[in-house]
Design a protein around this ligand. Structure first.
Ligand SMILES: *Cc1c(COP(=O)(O)O)cnc(C)c1O
Length: 377
């Protein structure tokens, strides 16, 4: 077997990116001031149908800054899904707050609103609605629960650039939307992130906090302890090039998912990315979930694919089982267990989804999955 290794994710960097980055380098504006920065913020905020965009160093910093701007502080609780990337609880914990982990909906894998309702307490300072694996959380149901107590809802859109929830772009619905432009996200700036918001005071606060909390009216006077979370103009140049291609990226990722669905349609016990009637998800990364009968064999399946040169990744582990969060409160719909999170975490995996995934490569992956499963059935 000498076929090339097929990675699970890969950035799509072309001539335009080269051109823009070279232009930024030649301008000598290589640090965190420069023309590409304002342009990237404007273009990305427009894409999100949001008024303001504040570019930052990465998606994790976007979350920390947005939660802090939303008022989260020591001793507060922040409600979030248990099935997500560990940056989400880390952002809360690093602000001195306590994550409260909620189960996800079995049909679309994001916060279960009924569990959110049960998780609220007098200490709840924010809810992080993560649009997981490209599918939007049910923002209307979450808003209905959050509004009476005026609890801010921060959207984590790191996996869902361009997704729609009842016709609205993710990131434009809650108090703020946090994006990541890491190399495996829908667009990349190498490392990078953005906070988008419709609230100009919120945007100004994030902008202040990301720049050492320096008083915008008084240079080198610092109003509180801030961060250096500034994106560079070089990164923004990459971002501007990627913005010119984003619609093409999204369409290509949808096409890849369709190919996987078609090529594996005859395989029993496998389902792909969800799509609720009220949602327009994006295919950040192709997801496959094994039915319970096969779930115990998932890791063996992934090992076999790897041995055939196909990279995959298992779904996220529940954050609630990791050392910093073992003490955290959890909330399901019926009780404090997280059955949907646990089931998905143990039975889901991601398939290669990037520009090199043409139909023959998808056929190759499908063939290897079929072969591996036939050994398991
Ligand atoms: C990738 C990701 C982040 C973190 O983004 P970084 O840019 O890697 O810091 C946060 N939340 C979710 C849901 C992510 O997938």
């Amino acid at each position: 077997m000498s076929q090339d290794f097929l990675p699970v994710a890969m950035p799509d960097i072309g001539k335009l990116e080269e051109e823009y980055v070279l232009e930024a380098v030649r301008s000598t504006w290589v640090s965190s001031i420069g023309e590409f920065l304002g342009r990237f913020e404007r273009e990305f905020a427009d894409f999100c149908q949001a008024e303001h965009g504040v570019a930052v160093t990465n998606g994790t910093d976007a979350l920390i800054l947005a939660l802090r701007a939303a008022g989260v502080k020591r001793g507060d609780e922040v409600v979030m899904p248990a099935l997500t990337f560990a940056a989400v609880p880390a952002a809360a914990l690093l602000l001195g707050a306590e994550p409260v982990f909620v189960d996800v909906d079995p049909d679309y894998w994001c916060l279960d609103p009924r569990a959110v309702q049960r998780a609220l307490s007098s200490k709840t300072a924010a809810i992080v609605a993560v649009h997981s694996y490209g599918h939007p959380a049910d923002m209307d149901a979450i808003a209905a629960i959050a509004s009476p107590g005026k609890i801010p809802v921060v959207e984590d859109c790191a996996e869902a650039h361009g997704a729609l929830c009842r016709g609205r772009k993710v990131g434009s619905i809650g108090v703020a939307g946090c994006f990541s432009f890491y190399g495996n996200k829908i667009i990349t700036t190498g490392e990078g992130g953005m906070v988008v918001t419709g609230d100009s005071a919120f945007a100004a606060r994030v902008r202040m906090l990301k720049d050492h909390a320096m008083d915008p009216q008084r240079r080198y006077f610092h109003l509180e302890a801030g961060y250096n979370s500034r994106m560079t103009n070089l990164q923004a140049a990459l971002g501007c090039a990627q913005m010119r291609r984003i619609e093409g990226f999204l369409a290509a990722r949808d096409q890849i998912l369709e190919w996987y669905r078609e090529e594996l349609a005859d395989v029993e016990g496998l389902r792909f990315n969800p799509r609720m009637p009220w949602a327009r998800p994006v295919n950040w990364i192709t997801c496959a979930v094994l039915e319970p009968r096969l779930a115990a064999h998932r890791d063996r399946l992934l090992d076999q694919l790897r041995s055939r040169g196909i990279d995959t990744r298992p779904f996220f582990l529940p954050c609630s089982i990791m050392p910093p969060y073992l003490h955290c409160r959890t909330q399901g719909v019926e009780d404090t267990r997280l059955p949907c999170t646990e089931r998905l975490s143990a039975s889901g995996f991601n398939l290669p989804t990037h520009a090199a995934c043409d139909r023959p490569q998808v056929q190759r992956v499908a063939g290897e999955i079929r072969r591996a499963l036939s050994g398991i059935h």
